[in-house]
Design a protein around this ligand. Sequence first.
Ligand code: FE
Ligand code: CA
Length: 531
Amino acid sequence: MRVTNYSKKSASYGVPRRQFLNYMAMVSAIPFSSGHLLGKVNTSPKFSAYPFSLGVASGDPEPDGVVIWTKLASDPLELGGNGIDPEPILVKWEVSEDEAFTKVVQQGSEVAGPQLGHSVHVELSGLDSHRWYFFRFHAGSEVSPVGRTRTAPAMNVMPEKMKFAFTSCQHLESGYFNGYPHMQKEDLDIVIHLGDYIYEYAGIDKRVRKHIGKEIESLDEYRQRYSQYRLDEDLQEAHRVFPWLVTWDDHEFDNNYANLISEEEGISPEAFLARRMNAYQAYYEYMPLRKRSFPQGPDMKLYRKCRYGRLANFFVLDTRQYRTDQPNGDRQKPMTGKVFDPSATMLGREQENWLMSGMLKSDATWNVLAQQVMMAALNRGDEKGERYSMDQWPGYEISRRRLLRFFHERKIANPVVLTGDIHLNWVNDLQLDFKDPKSPLVGTEWVGTSMSSAGDGGNFIPEYERAAKQNDFVKWYNSNRGYVSCELTKDHWKTYFRATPYVTRKGAPIETKAVFMIEEGRPGAQLVSKV
Ligand code: FE
Ligand code: CA
């Protein structure tokens, strides 16, 4: 099913280095380094149409700053340039304490270059901790919409509470993003996106909406796809009013990929890496990320930490880029053979070390993993035998056990796992040994459903009914679309599962399907209420 397992260590990925570099030079006409922008900077550009059509965003908050983002695009769906002349353009920015910009506290300028699709990432510093700010951009005589963002609390402060929402999987053709207008009305400190922000597939007729073009591969195609998604007014507005913490899953690049290995057979690693470089660059261009995540060819370091005072530490993970290939294909299988390969890894050694040492040093009440695929070992099988998803943590069982044992033995305070990917809500207690009902609980997992992927939902799914019943650690599951809100204090974590009854029409109401909580110091989910 898969191509050979190529060496994953060397910088040239087991491909002769010269051959690899030649290939990269061939596929990428645009110099990729952040180096100096060639040509004279245009300080008074004229645009064919409003250049801030993709709106504004912010992300990766710290106590003294945040990243503010925009991208010039007069014709955002134009393949290759977004309707902006291929020249460096001066973009000015302002940060204010008030929405009317009468109390501007910082201003400056950046050059938006064609190499990075005229995207602008400004890393602000020197701001006050834990407060709201407003920001906007200017290019020529044009002014962007006003964004709103919030810095994190000071490192040593215990905030009274925080509230955040998380979501994932927003397939544009499957439906409207009906959760976002409701999310915007919540009093949130951050929004977390766990991946499948776009889908890479070709446009298909007779769906709710239609992707432009074929399956995306080139940098311009990835850019056009991100523009198409970001033009969704509900998504764009959610970026405008909250800082986001983003990570990707597979569809930002290619379905169920693992490191260098395509889902499809017969793709050479050179071609796959070149495509990955395009995918990662477009992701960086469109997301409010710090320069530490700047892509290096086909690599991009997305795993990082976001601290919210002493209340919470968010470890944002990347379970795609460094993982070994799924054992025996990525479908459902019994837990045998390569599932127990001790060298198989979900995070890669470096990221796993970073995570464990970060958790050991953490003095936060809640230690949160913001990541992609389900960690609980959900047996989806039937009379014929047990079956587990090989694309999720149980396909990497030694990795999974090592992490859960680490939570337990090193007494990590309140580990909570946030998961996306599977377009369903699940509430799972994480047990040290899931085969032993008396085994200690070591953490709690909230699985968010999709924003739109898989359509309306809310239906009865026999396979999952059975799975929910036969796995004791499952506390609840639900098949509606929507998002999840979490409210944290030093004593409790409360989780609200928000559902939109449909996505095939715009403008759905919101319903809270269930509320669960965790008590500090007591792993496992407790039901508060459900409908
Ligand atoms: Fe998805
Ligand atoms: Ca996925």
